[in-house]
Design a protein around this ligand. Structure first.
Ligand code: ADP
Ligand code: ADP
Ligand code: ZN
Length: 214
């Protein structure tokens, strides 16, 4: 099962990817999480990515593509994987297609979670992310049992700097310019499915399960 999650920042890609990953016992690969880990660990890659992320811009393709192509060939990916936040540009999608072709694989589904821009700002300002394990909550729609503390690992929950409204507006522009064209790209390869992301998390998950026949 090889799945790409598409959708605006805050559409619910990570939330749904976690649920699918649990159900199929396959890895949830989030490029955003990989960059944030690198920043936390003070790596060279983290230092290169940080400036772009802080401004709500995309990290250059050449810093992302090889990293993902390596990741999907690791042992835990033999049964499949869910890519969340990659690809984000047409060149990234082409790089992925080429890499898959070279290793004799094919994507099964690209699932686009549709949420209008009007809903995104409130989604993002209420998002709380765990600094320990990357789990994601929402102060209203998916609150942790204890405010500010992760249910899963006891880590501290924070509002990401790039989830503040000024940066979110820029991320939405970047999404429309650079990432939305992937919807037509994957329509063209025949793997695109759209789901209504304004529904509850459970209903969105039910629609995704329908798509993937689970
Ligand atoms: P969201 O969950 O809101 O969609 P992510 O955690 O996926 O956000 O990404 C956070 C930031 O990391 C992006 O704004 C971008 O700067 C960088 N990033 C993540 N994935 C990619 C990618 N595939 N290409 C370029 N930049 C990326
Ligand atoms: P993405 O990975 O696309 O950026 P997330 O999965 O991190 O999105 O979700 C963004 C925020 O919206 C989080 O705070 C999450 O808890 C919340 N959220 C996710 N799906 C829904 C939903 N269907 N309804 C309401 N809030 C949601
Ligand atoms: Zn945690």
């Amino acid at each position: 099962m090889k799945i790409v999650m598409l959708g605006a920042p805050g559409a619910g890609k990570g939330t749904q990817a976690d649920m699918i990953a649990d159900m199929f016992s396959i890895p949830h690969i989030s490029t955003g999480d990989i960059f944030r880990e690198n920043i936390k660990n003070g790596t060279e890659l983290g230092a290169k990515a940080k400036g772009y992320m802080d401004k709500g811009e995309l990290v250059p393709d050449e810093l992302v593509c090889d990293l993902v192509v390596d990741r999907i060939q690791q042992d835990d990916c033999v049964k499949g994987y869910i890519l969340d936040g990659f690809p984000r540009t047409i060149p990234q999608a082409n790089a992925l297609e080429e890499a898959l072709k070279a290793i004799g694989q094919k994507l099964d589904y690209a699932i686009d979670i549709e949420v209008p821009d009007e809903n995104i700002i409130s989604r993002m300002s209420g998002r709380r992310s765990c600094t320990g394990c990357n789990a994601v909550y929402h102060v209203v729609y998916n609150p942790p049992k204890t405010e500010g503390i992760c249910d899963k690992c006891g880590g501290k929950l924070v509002l990401r700097d790039d989830d503040k409204p000024e940066t979110v507006k820029n991320r939405l522009n970047v999404y429309h310019e650079q990432t939305q064209p992937l919807i037509d790209f994957y329509k063209g390869t025949g793997v695109l499915h759209e789901v209504d992301g304004t529904q509850t998390m459970e209903k969105v998950f039910a629609d995704i399960k329908n798509v993937i026949g689970a």
